[in-house]
Design a binder for this molecule. Structure first.
Ligand SMILES: Nc1nc2c(ncn2[C@@H]2O[C@H](COP(=O)(O)OP(=O)(O)OP(=O)(O)O)[C@@H](O)[C@H]2O)c(=O)[nH]1
Ligand SMILES: [Mg+2]
Length: 244
């Protein structure tokens, strides 16, 4: 059976845990304030002959290093490399929520945008042009009401397409000022040389330009872990050859 990992990212209070519970049958706490997710919970479900591990990340407004929540969510998306990141947006405050979506899209193209609380938006008379949003963002975009479990099937269908590689999204790419773009162009090749294609080099170059100390620490840890993994592999290979 194929198995995939999904991360759930989004602003606080957008219904991530409600969706997580609907998919896994678990009971992550939900609700205003008291229900805030503080650590990443994980659960499992099956869909279309595949098994999915799903990680409910803490809600964040951004993925810069403003808090341990933001660092945890950022590190998960960058270093754990989930097959799909679902970004959940609150349909009633899309403008604010899209900020986080754009940040995730700079980190990975394996994203499905999920607009939740559609029932609430409808009640408030808010209309959302899904097709246009999908065109602009460049990734599959679906609308759901997690609390009443509406739209979940379509969401899973899109998640499966991205997870399996049947759909390879090409997200909107943000162009910065000439000055910043020049600096990115100078740094990015070195970043790529150091981290290969495992990590998003343009995004890392941007964070380095921003002097993101916490990301630097995480990158060092990752390199260490990676080097350890490489040397473990070498030892194992050596052991195997020695045994034959
Ligand atoms: N009307 C409506 N309310 C919803 C929907 N989905 C979730 N909610 C409500 O929104 C509130 C927040 O939901 P949670 O699932 O706890 O949100 P969260 O994103 O996990 O929040 P954090 O863990 O703080 O980031 C709860 O009161 C939910 O019942 C929905 O589709 N419609
Ligand atoms: Mg939660």
């Amino acid at each position: 059976m194929r198995s995939y990992t999904i991360a759930l990212a989004g602003n606080p209070n957008t219904g991530k845990s409600t969706l997580f519970n609907a998919l896994t049958g678990l009971r992550q706490h939900t609700g205003n304030w008291a229900g805030k997710t503080v650590t990443s919970a994980e659960g499992f479900f099956e869909y279309d002959d595949a098994s999915f591990r799903i990680v409910d990340l803490p809600g964040t407004y951004s993925l810069y290093s403003n808090s341990t929540d933001e660092e945890a969510a950022r590190d998960y998306i960058i270093f754990e490399n989930p097959d799909v990141t679902i970004v959940i947006l609150d349909a009633t405050s899309l403008e604010r929520n899209l900020n986080l979506a754009l940040q995730v899209l700079e980190m990975t193209n394996r994203v499905v945008v999920c607009i939740n609380l559609m029932d609430e938006a409808r009640r408030l008379g808010i209309k959302i042009d899904l097709k246009k949003m999908q065109e602009k963002l460049g990734v599959p975009t679906v609308a759901i009401s997690a609390r009443s479990k509406k739209g979940i099937d379509e969401l899973l269908k899109q998640v499966m397409l991205v997870a399996s590689g049947a759909v390879v999204p090409s997200p909107i790419s943000i162009t910065y000022s000439e000055e910043i773009e020049k600096k990115i162009a100078a740094i990015e090749p070195q970043v790529r040389e150091m981290f290969g294609t495992h990590l998003p080099s343009r995004w890392i170059a941007l964070r380095l330009l921003d002097d993101d100390e916490s990301l630097l620490t995480s990158l060092k840890k990752w390199l260490q872990r990676d080097q350890n993994a490489a040397s473990r592999k070498e030892v194992l290979q050596y052991g195997e050859t020695a045994c034959h």
